[in-house]
Design a protein around this ligand. Structure first.
Ligand code: SF4
Length: 163
């Protein structure tokens, strides 16, 4: 898909095509240290070549911890963190969301936070001298979710799944 790198650029990864594949991002990446399959240089290359069938369904794009180490060190100021964020956003729009993120987003829809508040959490906090977790204004959260169309994005069909 030769239009894909342009789509990534428009989605916030403007500098995708100035990457000269030095690998500094991968060498700086703390996630790569624990999982060598996570390789930001390769993700950028694959995306710039428009190999969407490799990039979009891949679990690897979801491993970026958004630490910005690569962005600090990239000699071409590619801002790989932003490029990978743009790729993730395009993946979501095309129906590819990692199940873990779906689960977390579902919790935000239901509880207004990424986990259900359980009494034992506040009891543990009290034991440690910490205040209780403040209540969530679910109405406000719901408004944000409606404006950002999160539910629709999560329900998007995978490209080519034919509905
Ligand atoms: Fe490309 Fe920058 Fe990564 Fe080098 S550090 S491979 S120029 S994104």
């Amino acid at each position: 898909d030769m239009a894909f790198s342009e789509a990534v650029a428009k989605a916030g990864g403007e500098k995708i095509n100035v990457c000269f594949q030095c690998g500094t991002c991968t060498a700086s990446c703390p996630v790569n240290r624990v999982n060598e399959n996570y390789n930001p240089r390769l993700i950028l290359r694959t995306a710039s070549l428009g190999l969407t069938k490799r990039v979009l369904p891949s679990d690897l794009i979801w491993l970026c911890a958004v630490c910005y180490s690569c962005t600090e060190r990239c000699p071409r100021n590619v801002r790989p963190t932003e490029v990978i964020r743009a790729i993730r956003n395009l993946a979501v729009k095309r129906g590819y969301v990692h199940p873990f993120f779906k689960m977390q987003a579902g919790a935000i829809v239901n509880f207004g936070r990424i986990y259900e508040e359980e009494e034992f959490i506040n009891e543990m906090r009290a034991d440690m001298g910490l205040p209780s977790i403040p209540p969530v204004n679910l109405e406000e959260v719901t408004k944000v979710l409606q404006r950002t169309k999160v539910k629709e994005l999560l329900a998007a069909e995978k490209e080519g799944s034919g509905t």
